[in-house]
Design a protein around this ligand. Structure first.
Ligand SMILES: Cc1ncc(COP(=O)(O)O)c(C=O)c1O
Length: 353
């Protein structure tokens, strides 16, 4: 690398890392020349290079400034169809983002949490103390055995009427949150090295799950209105090397898109035909505008190929850590994975729910 290229590279790194922000002035030519022990003409050459790349601009009598560049947003439809699955590596970057979100003065957009003022905290407090008082035996044991509380399962069966159910009681596995349910599903149907089709952009935790399980992510373009592109999924699964499809069809995170019913129907049919297991995250399904709860893809599943995961984190309290998966034909594997992962889900929380 030539000297001026080295300097240009360093300055561009400072800009892209956000240490020099749009509108801020770069160090003067004289200062750069002194600090970097470079001739003035080398420094000028580096700055011109950055100017040509559109990163900085010269202002007469004032020096060089970082340009305000509007972020380029490719429309999802214009993006090329994915061709190659890639190994996932997001965790380190993610930890930095999550830590950034807990700083004072920074809006915590890194996790989608309901505002605490919306949570039924007092009711939950009352229920927890009454359950512990009335069912003291729950504190006595059976922590290793995977046991779903039949009263909770019955309520889920009733609720599933709103998702074009009712689903059968024996489809359900109660889990510690939706996150656990998603992990169980991935482990039940994939092996390390397998390819999983995911929404792009999608929920970061999905990528972390793929990363720790050694799976490969195949990005499927996702539209802010209609969700995962069924056409792109169709193309991507033609070769028969996609094992599972992981998606949030209702109020996808981060786009908020809701897949139209027709797309859900097509996705259910396509994946069943191609032997691609569907892992559906419906954690936001109950938070809808209007009168009709959007149906999950599970409503269109005729072969037991869809695993429907959800929890009560977004509508009651994330602290309950109770979720579930309605596992279709994968239910037995899911129950096995649940037992070896964490045994039972907290029986007190199940009863409170
Ligand atoms: C799409 C999606 N699924 C799952 C979760 C986490 O749910 P839980 O708290 O039940 O693990 C979140 C939380 O942000 C989410 O956005």
């Amino acid at each position: 690398m030539l000297r001026y290229e080295r300097l240009a590279e360093d300055l561009s790194g400072i800009i892209s890392s956000g240490n020099l922000r749009p509108g801020e002035r770069l160090p003067s030519i004289r200062r750069l020349s002194r600090d970097r022990r470079l001739s003035v003409s080398t420094v000028v050459q580096a700055l011109r290079h950055l100017e040509q790349r559109g990163l900085i601009e010269a202002r007469p009598q004032a020096g060089y400034f970082v340009r305000h560049v509007a972020p380029r947003r490719a429309s999802p439809a214009a993006r090329p169809t994915p061709v190659e699955p890639v190994p996932v590596d997001v965790s380190q970057r993610l930890i930095r983002v999550l830590l950034g979100g807990v700083q004072p003065g920074v809006a915590p957009l890194s996790a989608a949490m309901p505002a605490s003022s919306l949570l039924p905290v007092a009711a939950l407090q009352r229920l927890y103390s009454s359950v512990v008082r009335r069912h003291a035996r729950l504190l006595e044991g059976h922590s290793h055995i995977h046991m779903d509380d039949p009263r909770l399962v019955r309520q889920l069966v009733l609720r599933s009427m709103g998702w074009a159910g009712p689903l059968a009681a024996n489809e359900f596995v109660i889990t510690n949150s939706c996150t656990e349910a998603l992990g169980l599903c991935l482990r039940a149907v994939t092996r390390p090295g397998d390819t999983v089709a995911v929404e792009s952009p999608g929920y970061y935790l999905m990528l972390q799950l793929l990363e720790v399980l050694g799976l490969r992510a195949l990005e499927i373009p996702t539209d802010p209105h209609t969700g995962m592109s069924v056409e792109a999924l169709d193309l991507a699964t033609r070769q028969g090397n996609v094992t599972a499809c992981l998606l949030v069809p209702n109020a996808s995170n981060p786009l908020g898109s809701i897949m139209p019913d027709e797309n859900k129907r097509r996705l259910a049919r396509l994946t069943a035909e191609r032997g691609v297991a569907v892992i559906e995250d419906d954690v936001y399904g109950d938070l809808y505008f209007g009168n009709e709860r959007p149906w999950p893809v599970k409503a269109f599943d005729q072969t037991g190929n869809v695993m429907l995961c959800s929890s009560f984190s977004k509508c009651l309290s994330p602290a309950l850590r109770v979720g579930f998966v309605a596992g279709g034909r994968y239910r037995a594997q899911l129950a096995l994975h649940k037992t070896i992962t964490s045994g039972a889900t907290n029986p007190i929380s199940q009863l409170v729910l």
